[in-house]
Design a binder for this molecule. Structure first.
Ligand code: PEP
Length: 251
């Protein structure tokens, strides 16, 4: 099974519903009939309904940037998988480094969220990656391995059919300093080996591994040439429709 490339926009805490609507109105014509790649927008929670409605019937899917792992309860400020499903969302980001760093999400929480996503039929993109300090100490592989082992506990081959992994080195996120295509591709190959050991070879071959960290219109082409890079998760450069459309249409 060939891995269909996936290009995803993480808008983080940017855009009001009106601005999100404006983006979709401008963006859809730019990517009309584009089916080489899967395209997903991850707006903030308050814009989900608006973006789902605006993108309805198009080639663009919508996901939540985060969710809690229980269906309902006294968890002020949280959003449940049931709520995401109810607004028509199909995907969810799990364990983004900003969630891990600013909101103390551990691998154990990531694992719970991942299983909640599988239970509710939400397709998860699980984010992993090392800090600058870990990178400089040569610990990239160990960190990714630990995050895969502890964050993907008891994930079966059946569950993993919808799993996507995003390798996002923290030192590259929002810094303008992307990993080189060679370095990113090398880590992706290591992650794929880890998945083969943890689940099985077939799952490893079929799982899409995205790169994230300062992806821009001017570095996307070189990244997507690498066979182990199955797409990208884009923050800053996804906020503008022209810029994100250029990324979607990499050469
Ligand atoms: C991200 O938010 O996942 C990300 C990769 O951000 P940026 O593209 O801005 O580095």
């Amino acid at each position: 099974m060939a891995r269909k490339p996936l290009i995803a926009a993480n808008w983080k805490m940017y855009k009001t519903p009106a601005q999100a609507q404006e983006f979709v109105t401008a963006f859809l014509p730019l990517v009309a009939n584009h089916d080489r790649d899967e395209i997903i927008l991850f707006p903030s929670t308050t814009s989900l309904s608006v973006v789902v409605a605006a993108a309805s019937g198009s080639n663009v899917a919508v996901g939540g940037q985060n969710m809690y792992f229980t269906d309902e309860g006294a968890f002020t400020g949280e959003t449940s998988p049931v709520m995401l499903k109810a607004v028509g969302v199909t995907h969810v980001l799990v364990g983004h480094s900003e969630r891990r760093h600013y909101f103390c999400e551990s691998d154990e929480i990531v694992d719970k969220k991942l299983h909640a996503a599988f239970r509710h039929g939400l397709k998860p993109i699980v984010c992993i990656g090392e800090t600058l300090e870990q990178h400089e100490k040569g610990q990239t592989h160990d960190v990714c391995l630990r995050q895969i082992r502890d964050g993907l506990k008891d994930v079966t081959a059946e569950m993993a059919k919808t799993l996507v992994v995003a390798y996002e080195p923290l030192w590259a996120i929002g810094t303008g300093q992307s990993a080189t295509p060679e370095a990113a591709s090398e880590v992706h190959a290591i992650i794929r080996d880890d998945i083969a050991r943890m689940i099985d070879e077939e799952t490893a071959i079929n799982t899409r591994i995205l790169y994230g960290g300062s992806v821009k219109p001017d570095n996307i082409d070189a990244l997507m040439v690498k066979p182990d890079i199955d797409g990208v998760l884009v923050g800053g450069a996804s906020l503008d429709p022209q810029s994100f459309a250029r990324i979607v249409k990499y050469c």
